[in-house]
Design a binder for this molecule. Structure first.
Ligand SMILES: [Zn+2]
Length: 77
């Protein structure tokens, strides 16, 4: 069960399936996301995501630990 948000109706709704949709992001290139159709207006709606504070930071340190990072912050490894 995933939660989706319709910007048109400003409602959140749940959908058991969700559709995987591929799209082109102008920064990241090919991406995909889950969409569902609003039960009220039938518009395409994106999955609602809870903000995750500090996630980018932990991702960065994981990348350093894997040895893939050669930035100055990783010289101590
Ligand atoms: Zn709607």
């Amino acid at each position: 069960m995933s939660t989706f948000y319709c910007e048109n109706c400003r409602i959140t709704f749940e959908d058991s399936q969700g559709l995987k949709k591929e799209y082109q992001d102008y920064i990241y290139g090919p991406c995909w996301k889950y969409i569902a159709y609003c039960p009220e207006c039938k518009q395409e709606s994106s999955e609602k995501r809870e903000p995750k504070p500090g996630k980018a930071k932990s991702d960065l340190s994981m990348e350093c630990g894997s040895g893939g990072c050669q930035g100055p912050a990783c010289s101590r490894f």
